[in-house]
Write a protein that binds this ligand. Sequence first.
Ligand SMILES: [Zn+2]
Length: 345
Amino acid sequence: MKAVYIEAHGDVGVLQYGDRPDPAPGPSDVVVRVGASALNRLDIFTRQGQRGLEREFPPPLILGGDTAGEIVAVGDGVSTLGVGDRVVVNPRLACGVCQWCGSGRDELCRRSRFLGTAMDGSYAELVVVPEVNAYKLNGGVSFTDAAAVPTTYLPVWNMAVRRAALQPWETALVFSASAGVGAAAIQVFKNVVGATVIATTSTPEKAELARGLGADHVINYNEEDITQRVREITGGAGVDLLVDHVGADVWAHGFRALRPGGRYTICGATSGLRAELHLGLLFSRQIEIYGGYMGSREDMRQIVASLNRGVIQPAIHQTYPLANAADAHNDMEATNFFGKLILQP
Ligand SMILES: [Zn+2]
């Protein structure tokens, strides 16, 4: 099969397009003919060997996590899926047997592995995954839309829907609407929860796209002060909940934008890992902070059910042929996009 793989860490020049052996399923695995794969920032870190993702070569590693496609082979022990089923893949493989996996909080599994970092991923014509990581799609959902979902929707669901429990009468602030997590949060908060959504972005064009996804208010952070605009929009109250996937650059703005008792949810820190926390304000304003990393199997089931019903509509920026994965990596690093970047074999 054709695949995009690396034999060393580095810049986009290490991405190789070529032939790799077809994967064979283990007893509880399915083989998926990839219809689409979505890029994530994790793919860049894996390629570079940053953030704890350094590995030893050989063997080569096929990159890629989020994917959707059609099942073409199943292991002997597979009972819930069959050849011809259309599926979307949760790229985080939990161990299935630890205390957390057994209690329904498998997002806390310490022995989980990630498709495309610890094992061959989905930048390929075929990918093998455990049966429990594949979720059936109905015929109305494209592979492109489905592939765009798992890694961006899971943390939003985990933090803001399940744990911090955003409510329809509340107002949420979403940082950087153009990134995958930002676009996902707008869709979930508007179409699933029914909350009022304030989004931040950097250009008038991106602001228009954010409104199209469902944002009620958009703040252009290059021209407006986020804290002041949030105060104006909320009548001085502050927001009930916010979603941060940017990190150091927005932490202080976000913290000030919360009402007393507000919930700060964070699932990424692309702009920097360290920030200063005012402990006095944390307790006197009774702020709650939620960290999120992917989500549980039950979160994924609920997300796919919403996708199958047409309740959520992922934002897609551009689709690239698999052979042009380097172009997609360059575009992601240039951060000049709105929504997901998709590879198609
Ligand atoms: Zn586990």
